[in-house]
Write a protein that binds this ligand. Structure first.
Ligand code: SAM
Ligand code: GLN
Length: 299
């Protein structure tokens, strides 16, 4: 604990050095964000306050935030926020921190929604909504949309509800707790789109994830079973029951899963040939499959 008065400039410098010694790569940026949180100012405003002396309370809060970060806790859990689709999302350790590559799924889904131009309000099911990132982004972008969002974790759904309220889309999203498609089991053929970023990490790879993910993010959000494909298997077998004819499934995938996920959907006989889309890093990231008209599907 520091005894003397310290300025914003010095707090940033020492905080960045402390985080850097703890092996945090983005040490300076993280120190700025944490000091901003400790003093209740935007990070950019700190530059104007370089010579300002921190209050004792502010110093204590800043030190405790630095210590959490030094132990490897993700910045988003400490700050309680992460940007996704240019919107600030509230996050807690009950939910996966929304990832930039998931924005590709939003782009692809919006394209599909535009192409479908259905006569009725478009109805979308988001499986494993977590923070609500996908559901809230889609509800915000699509004028006439009704989004149903499920998660096994009731606590994740609380976070998602908070984000829906924050972005004023509560009236467009229903949140349902339960296992995968279970919460909609009496709702056959009503959805135009089923979207999901399901857990897809292979179980044996969980221990090899970066410590920030492995030690802090919910295992429930990551564990995709032995081959990482458990959710794709279930969704490919069951989603067609809830999709209207010509409706689409759009799923985030692990970069090396494109061929296998396409094979799963093609193998059911309920879908047209699936397509794979890449993210900005050029990696396979999204698979889309369209449900065939019923007279084309197996009886
Ligand atoms: N949609 C969010 C996103 O893209 O940032 C979170 C995706 S996270 C990879 C997967 C989510 O699926 C987690 O919120 C987890 O709680 C949920 N989940 C895991 N198993 C589930 C199951 N059997 N049924 C429903 N949701 C499940
Ligand atoms: N992309 C995540 C990771 O950091 C995994 C997300 C998922 O399982 N859907 O490994």
């Amino acid at each position: 604990m520091r005894e003397e008065d310290i300025t914003v400039r010095r707090a940033l410098q020492e905080g960045a050095e402390f985080l850097s010694r703890a092996g945090i790569e983005s040490a300076r940026l993280d120190a700025e964000l944490l000091l901003g949180k400790a003093v209740g100012r935007a990070r950019e405003a700190l530059y104007r306050d370089y010579q300002v002396i921190l209050g004792a309370g502010e110093q204590r809060v800043y030190d405790s935030l630095l210590e959490r970060r030094a132990r490897g806790e993700p910045l988003a859990y400490i700050s309680g926020e992460r940007e996704f689709w240019s919107l600030p999302f509230y996050v807690t350790s009950e939910v996966l921190v929304p990832r930039p590559e998931t924005e590709i799924l939003i782009e692809v889904t919006l394209e599909l929604a535009k192409k479908m131009a259905p006569r009725h309000t478009i109805r979308i099911l988001d499986l494993g909504t977590g923070s609500g990132a996908i559901a809230v982004a889609l509800a915000g972008e699509l004028g006439a949309a009704e989004v149903w969002a499920t998660d096994l974790s009731a606590r994740a759904l609380e976070v998602a509800r908070t984000n829906a309220a924050r972005h004023e889309v509560c009236d467009k999203i229903r949140f349902l707790q339960g296992d995968t498609l279970e919460p909609v089991k009496d709702r056959e053929r009503i959805f135009d789109l089923v979207v999901s970023n399901p857990p897809y990490v292979r179980r044996a790879e969980l221990p090899r994830l970066t410590p920030e993910v492995r030690d802090w993010e919910p295992r429930l959000a990551l564990d995709g079973g032995a081959d990482g494909l458990d959710f794709y298997r279930r969704i490919s077998q069951e989603a067609h029951l809830y999709l209207a004819e010509g409706g689409f499934v759009a799923l985030e995938i692990g970069a090396d899963m494109g061929a296998e996920v396409c094979r799963l959907f093609a193998g059911t006989g309920y879908y047209d040939a699936p397509s794979v889309y890449q993210d900005y890093a050029g990696k396979d990231r999204v698979v889309v499959a369209q449900k065939l008209l019923s007279d084309a599907a197996p009886s």
